[in-house]
Design a protein around this ligand. Structure first.
Ligand code: SAM
Length: 294
């Protein structure tokens, strides 16, 4: 674990002070005394044999195998990608919501094993970071690692979500990079209903050049066809070898244009995009509910 000296001092102190009845939120409040990078590095080290008391109170990180199988990477290199996204969401919150991310009620849509949610505890209390995912195994892992019952199984084609209330920030990292056209349209339309007034939706999408690095598309001899689909309709989808859901394969690899997004879900407005330097093929898109003309 690569922690700064100040953060090491803080966790050493907390480990000696932590009492049996301390709440998770009280611990999170103390841990926010370190930087986001240290907070993330400490969280991915859990359970940590040097800190048995803190390890028994805080969520554990998923195994390396789970991290690689859901997100293609693990450990510190993956943490760099995760914190880059979380920092971008924090900046976008200030820019588009005109409000700091601190204390925001957040929904992690397609949360997987809760990789990003763990870092969002840097900003918000436990009950305010909610996660949904249609894959039962994702939710099983989140709960087994101690993320709790705010992580809930949803539908692949959701008309509603199994959550209560609205969210200041909804994010979906590497979810709409995998969904079919019908599923993408339906999920985004449903998400609008859960966006609080002035709320921010952050998703990632693949640009057309993604197909040149997709070996699966190359092996299937489909690269040119997918590029042509992307240019012709603004959306390209290569289904994976999976069971059908409601008459179609819902999951695969996906690229789309901003114009497609804008037309597919007119109730949303794209307010900005960003191609992160570390992973330019995972484009961040910032959206808000479209304002009715006055
Ligand atoms: C590549 S993983 C990313 C997980 C997580 N967002 C992360 O970045 O660590 C894609 C996730 O999307 C979920 N997913 C697939 N179809 C979905 C849908 N229709 N709605 C929401 N999530 C979906 C999968 O179950 C999986 O957990």
């Amino acid at each position: 674990m690569m922690l700064s000296k100040a953060a090491t001092g803080l966790v050493n102190l907390l480990e000696t002070e932590v009492a049996g009845d301390v709440t998770l939120d009280a611990l999170l409040a103390r841990l926010r005394g370190m930087s986001l990078q240290d907070f993330g590095a400490f969280f991915i080290s859990l359970p940590n044999p040097n800190y048995p008391k803190l390890s028994s109170r805080l969520p554990h990180m998923a195994s390396d195998e789970v991290q690689r199988s859901w997100t293609g990477n693990s450990g510190f290199p993956l943490l760099l990608q995760t914190s880059a996204f979380v920092e971008a969401v924090a900046k976008a919150s200030l820019k588009y919501r005109r409000c700091a991310l601190r204390g925001a009620r957040m929904l992690d849509y397609g949360c997987g094993y809760g990789r990003i949610a763990r870092l969002m505890y840097f900003f918000s209390d436990h009950a305010d970071v909610v996660g949904v995912d249609p894959w039962d195994e994702s939710i099983r892992i989140c709960r087994a690692d101690g993320l709790g019952d705010t992580f809930i199984q949803s539908d692949y084609l959701p008309k509603t979500l199994p959550v209560r209330g609205m969210f200041d920030v909804i994010y979906a990292f590497s979810v709409f990079t995998h969904t079919s056209e019908r599923v993408t349209r339906m999920c985004l339309t449903t998400l609008v209903d859960y966006l609080a007034p002035g709320g921010l939706l952050v998703i990632t999408i693949r640009p057309v050049d993604y197909w040149m690095s997709n070996d699966y598309a190359a092996a299937a001899g489909k690269r040119e066809e997918l590029v042509a689909d992307h240019h012709a309709s603004g959306f390209a989808f290569l289904p994976h070898n999976r069971a059908q859901i409601d008459g179609e394969i819902a999951y695969g690899d996906t690229s789309m244009t901003i114009e497609w997004l804008q037309n597919a879900v007119p109730s949303l407005q794209v307010c900005g995009t960003e191609r992160p330097r570390a992973d330019p093929l995972q484009v961040y898109v910032y959206l808000q509910r479209r304002r009715e003309p006055e």
